[in-house]
Write a protein that binds this ligand. Structure first.
Ligand code: SF4
Ligand code: SF4
Length: 244
């Protein structure tokens, strides 16, 4: 049976997906870059910097608990999914997209001399992102871009194409290097009965059982959903806070 924590998490990411027609602009890399060109800091700029800052302490928890595109994939996977097929070098795409995005914003900011003001509703009429027919094209293109990689298997978008998650990956790695106390998973390999329940239920398709066996739960693709900790019948995985 699903824990209350996991029920809450699943409801949260689905709610963030349902809100996407309103909130789309607040995540937008395009508006972040366009605003910067006009020396305006947009909500999306502040938002992604905040996600990056929290990832120093919470790792990729944004992806696991608040990402609308996680909510969309989760909804699609309730109909059915296949195991993730790994395609060599394809995951490089998300790092390339993120590098182009972050590089463009930094480059434009330097060339125009930085930001002069903050407009959270930049190019967003009445605070609603999809406010006219043209915006629907962007919305459905993004939905399609998120769902298409599910043809490769579970969380095909997160694993291969999503540049948003890279903010969390970079933040988690910097937090680790700087030895900042952080949210983490701890494994008790002695308590593990090798039942494989954690691996079968990890939405990111990680070999959690092997991570437990080697006593190292740090994994780039772990988005701290805590499913494994909640579902382990032996309580061999616990959530903690600390360095390392
Ligand atoms: S669910 Fe728990 S007991 Fe089963 S393999 Fe994973 S860590 Fe070990
Ligand atoms: S390893 Fe655990 S916390 Fe990380 S994504 Fe998989 S189930 Fe979630």
């Amino acid at each position: 049976m699903r824990s209350r924590r996991q029920t809450l998490r699943r409801l949260l990411v689905f709610a963030f997906f349902l809100a996407l027609p309103v909130t789309l602009n607040y995540y937008s890399p395009y508006l972040m870059t366009q605003g910067t060109a006009e020396r305006i800091a947009t909500f999306s700029l502040a938002f992604w910097l905040a996600v990056f800052a929290t990832s120093l302490v919470c790792g990729r928890a944004f992806c696991g608990w608040a990402c609308p595109f996680n909510g969309l994939q989760q909804a699609a996977e309730t109909v059915g999914y296949r195991p993730l097929r790994r395609v060599r070098f394809l995951p490089v795409v998300k790092y390339a997209l993120w590098t182009a995005w972050a590089g463009a914003v930094v480059g434009v900011a330097i060339s125009v001399g930085g930001w002069r003001g903050f407009d959270p509703l930049y190019m967003t009429e009445y605070g609603v992102s999809v406010s006219e027919a043209g915006n629907l094209v962007t919305y459905f293109a993004l939905v399609g871009f998120t769902l298409a990689p599910l043809g490769l298997g579970r969380r095909g978008f997160c694993r291969n194409l999503c540049p948003f998650g890279v903010w969390g990956i970079v933040g988690e790695k910097l937090g680790h290097l700087a030895r900042i106390p952080r949210l983490k998973l701890n494994a008790d390999s002695g308590a593990c009965s090798s039942c494989g329940t954690c691996t079968r239920n990890c939405p990111m398709q990680l070999d959690v059982e092997s991570m437990v066996a080697r006593g190292d739960m740090r994994e780039t693709e772990c988005f701290m959903c805590l499913t494994c900790a909640d579902i382990c019948p032996k309580k061999a995985i616990r959530v903690g806070f600390g360095r390392g």
